[in-house]
Write a protein that binds this ligand. Structure first.
Ligand code: GDP
Ligand code: IMO
Ligand code: MG
Length: 426
């Protein structure tokens, strides 16, 4: 049963969307399995830029059925808007299929996210303020509203009343907000949203199982990344879902036997948007250079990303956590002009050397990076299409990262465009 997973191995924005766009060419289905519109996945095709938040990155191929799985939290306003934007660009979105079990992100989730962040003050998590945390919290508390609730007005009203009974107390008494009227929101959803979302709702689990049994390749598209994972990331500076590959099974409704490929996506350096630890962070001119050349600004929030050297300790941990079978290395071209390139090969924590992430977060916080240094290639790689086009220094850098991670690098991306990548033979 042929299933492939694309998963971020860092803190997000590794280029998952563009790798999905490459791999989807040979797939029948592309499934988002977690996260919501906190994601921003960029595809550049014939100089046209597509920034996707909820719609799976396979949408640009006519042969792909894009599926939003049960593990995703869906803001229906954002989804409809995205469909409208894509349709206006000539992309057919009729094939999109949405799980009835996916939970909705509603306006009160976004309000709660914003208020919780301002309440935290200096300790804020720097969330995307999209309402993702509160929506997943409601799901776990069993007061969430699901996509299928849109199909039953009486049930939807009742569910909104019970969800908002407690949420409104929090909004009014803790945050001094006027609260959200459940009847008004229900009417808006019933009149305006439900009729437009209904055509996309389908039996995603049944559909995926039939496809897998028929031997069709299904690609599972992770959002966020391993170190934003609620369990395995740099808690509490994480998102509220599980981006790791294992969750693709839960978030789409399939079993482990369906997966035969896990592609870990790694940027040739490291970025993070939002607060939290960052062992290899650069606050110098090299960092500025990487932000400039890599255009390291959030795809959907526009925030400047923090940058640092490639962290092989994190990468090795990510290979373990996701059982990566291979790596796609992105943005190698961003390093083109550097004289020297560093890679963190281990952490020094109070004199002890760690090659995987220390098992206690407080040790992680004390980690000092141990670096290996490489001469840069100082040459434009953006036109390279084959391994033989790469200078020796670039090949050495790639080979070193490959040895550090212990799995083969199968794709090397040298520009944002659909064709700007090299495939390394197995
Ligand atoms: P995602 O969230 O993992 O899908 O990544 P984003 O789309 O948020 O961020 C990746 C950014 O890098 C986007 O602007 C891409 O167009 C761009 N990008 C992806 N791969 C490459 C590459 O190999 N080189 C360069 N220069 N840009 C790339
Ligand atoms: P893609 O899929 C990078 C970060 C936020 C914040 C933390 C929690 O494009 O890689 P949240 O709004 O999820 O509660 O915020 O997670 N974050 C991302 N960073 N890429 C993303 O998605 C992210 N989605 C969330 O900046 O630090
Ligand atoms: Mg992104």
């Amino acid at each position: 049963m042929p299933g492939s997973i694309v998963v971020g191995t860092q803190w997000g924005d590794e280029g998952k969307g563009r790798v999905v766009d490459i791999v989807a060419k040979e797939c029948a289905h592309v499934v988002r399995y977690q996260g919501g519109h906190n994601a921003g996945h960029t595809l550049v095709v014939d100089n046209e830029v597509f920034k996707l938040q909820l719609v799976p990155s396979g949408i640009l191929y006519d042969h792909v059925v894009p599926i939003i799985g049960n593990g995703v939290v869906v803001d229906p306003y954002v989804l409809l808007n995205e469909i409208e934007t894509l349709t206006a660009k000539g992309v057919d979105c009729q094939r999109l299929m949405l799980s009835p079990q996916a939970h909705l992100v509603l306006p009160y989730h976004q309000i709660l996210d914003e208020l919780a962040e301002s309440q935290l003050g200096d300790n804020k998590l720097d969330t995307t303020k999209r309402g993702i945390g509160p929506a997943y919290a409601d799901k776990a508390s069993r007061v969430g509203i699901r996509v299928e609730d849109l199909l039953d007005p009486t049930h939807l009203r009742a569910r909104l009343h019970s969800a908002l009974a407690e949420r409104n107390v929090i909004l009014r008494d803790i945050h001094g907000h006027k609260g959200v009227d459940p009847d008004q929101l229900a009417e808006e959803l019933i009149q305006d949203i439900a009729p437009r979302v209904a055509p996309y709702i389908g039996d995603t689990v049944g559909h995926l199982h039939e496809a897998l049994h028929a031997g069709q390749r299904v690609l599972f598209e992770g959002a966020q990344a391993t170190f934003l994972d609620l369990d395995h990331g740099t808690y509490p500076f994480v998102t509220s879902s599980n981006p790791v590959a294992g969750y693709a099974l839960v978030g789409a409704g399939i079993g482990p036997g369906a997966i035969d490929q896990v592609i870990g996506i790694a940027k040739a350096y490291l970025t993070r948007v939002g607060a939290g630890p960052f062992v290899t962070e650069l606050d110098d001119a090299v960092g500025e250079h990487l932000v400039d050349v890599g255009q390291e600004y959030g795809t959907n929030t526009g925030r400047r990303r923090r940058v640092g050297w490639f962290d092989a300790v994190m990468a090795r941990q990510a290979v373990r956590l996701n059982a990566c079978t291979e790596i796609a290395l992105t943005k190698l071209d961003v390093l083109d002009e550097l004289e020297t390139i560093k890679v963190c090969v281990a952490y020094d924590v109070e004199g002890e050397r760690y090659e995987y992430l220390p098992h206690l977060r407080r040790m992680h916080d004390k980690a000092v990076p141990v670096y290996a240094e490489f001469p840069g290639w100082q040459q434009d790689l953006s036109e390279a299409t084959d391994r033989k086009d790469l200078p020796r220094e670039a090949i050495e850098y790639i080979s070193f990262l490959e040895r550090q991670m212990g799995v083969p690098i199968r794709f090397v991306c040298v520009g944002p465009g659909r064709e700007q990548y090299l495939r390394f033979a197995a």
